[in-house]
Design a protein around this ligand. Structure first.
Ligand code: SAH
Length: 346
């Protein structure tokens, strides 16, 4: 029989498993608390007897990531981690220090199959989904290594969270649990390239996180080119799904717009974007594109960025420009892993 991954299990599942093993139910809470503190072996669970620890080790696997690389920004204290999973695959995690608290940006997949033309994470395609424990471990071990308290989580690293929805939902339950890290849903943001059916599925679960859609273009012609998944349903259908999401959850959707020189930053794009945003409501985050080595696309100039910001603001849109953190350390996600993969090949 295949061993179960214990850090992906919820307390009630641990309870049933323990009862089936002839153990007492209350042990589940103790074990879950240890797991949520980032233990690396069952022997650290010192309030359990040695025979029980041995029994657990025989019945379950305990996922522990290995730290492969760590970059600390001298500019703003951002820390970027590259972890190896048990099977040798690698993922990135970023710790960002804001005034309102520390935020961890986690990866949800190994690679990505969305194919966005400006993004480093998708270049090698999708390798596999991350397990709930592998997402949780990014938070736990980032906290452990940095010695920092984590107050916010963003699912904005490598991968498309809605393409791994079941594991992401389970991760949310684990991280939100009062006996675990107890991070409130309102402190969690999930960023998606805009998978329409999955936005509806997420809406049905009514988790109170912030859903952020990577819009990047207001029209199908431009968006099809930048975010190929748009070809499935189109911008109209995406915006309609966002509206349904709001109606179901009471949580307004946010939008991200990476400004790319000559691609999505013309006056026509701006006018269209204003209309889309006036209709949708919600917050818009403009992000100057982070140039990546493999792509020729570049960020919009300052004057275009200013024109977008001012016009949108004047027309009543709640718009901010994302402050870029960690510019000196392989800024956007996917780049550190990508470089490592290239080094392995060459
Ligand atoms: N797959 C999800 C989450 C991961 S990407 C999504 O698409 O939203 C997180 C955010 O970074 C997305 O808004 C994505 O479009 C953006 N992004 C990716 N590469 C970028 C780059 N080179 N410059 C700026 N933003 C980028």
């Amino acid at each position: 029989m295949q061993k179960q991954d214990i850090r992906s299990m919820l307390p009630e599942e641990l309870e049933s498993a323990l009862v089936a093993m002839g153990e007492q139910k209350f042990r589940a809470k103790q074990i879950f608390q240890w797991l949520g503190r980032g233990v690396v072996s069952f022997d650290e669970m010192t309030n359990l007897s040695v025979p029980l620890r041995n029994k657990l080790a025989a019945a379950f696997t305990l996922a522990v990531p290995t730290l492969l690389a760590k970059q600390v920004s001298k500019e703003d204290g951002t820390i970027k981690y590259l972890w190896a999973m048990e099977d040798g695959n690698t993922v990135e995690t970023v710790l960002m220090r804001y005034h309102h608290g520390n935020t961890v940006c986690i990866s949800t997949q190994i690679g990505c199959r969305m194919g966005c033309t400006f993004c480093a994470s998708t270049i090698g395609g999708l390798v596999r989904n991350l397990e709930p424990s592998e997402m949780l471990n990014q938070v736990l071990f980032t906290a452990k290594d940095s010695g920092q308290l984590i107050s916010n989580i963003v699912l904005m690293g490598i991968g498309e969270p809605l393409d791994n929805l079941d594991n992401v939902l389970r991760f949310l339950k684990l991280v939100n649990h009062p006996d675990g890290l107890n991070i409130g849903m309102r402190h969690i943001t999930l960023s998606t390239s805009g998978m329409v059916e999955e936005i509806d599925k997420l809406g049905l679960h009514n988790v109170q996180l912030t859903l952020s859609v990577s819009l990047h273009a207001p029209d199908d012609k431009t968006r099809n080119q930048l975010v190929p998944t748009n070809r499935k349903a189109g911008v109209d259908a995406l915006m309609a799904a966002c509206k349904r999401y709001f109606e179901r959850t009471g949580r307004r959707v946010s939008f991200e717009y990476a400004m790319i020189d000559g691609v999505n930053d013309t006056k026509e794009h701006l006018e269209h974007l204003v209309k889309r945003m006036q209709h949708a409501g919600g917050h818009l985050n403009l992000i100057p594109l982070n140039p990546i080595a493999e792509r020729t696309l570049g960020p919009s100039g300052k004057s275009n960025l200013d024109t977008f910001t001012e016009t949108l603001r004047q027309r009543g849109i709640n718009v901010t420009v994302r402050r870029s953190l960690g510019g000196d350390i392989d800024a956007s996600c996917g780049q550190l892993r990508r470089r490592r993969e290239k080094e392995r090949v060459t």
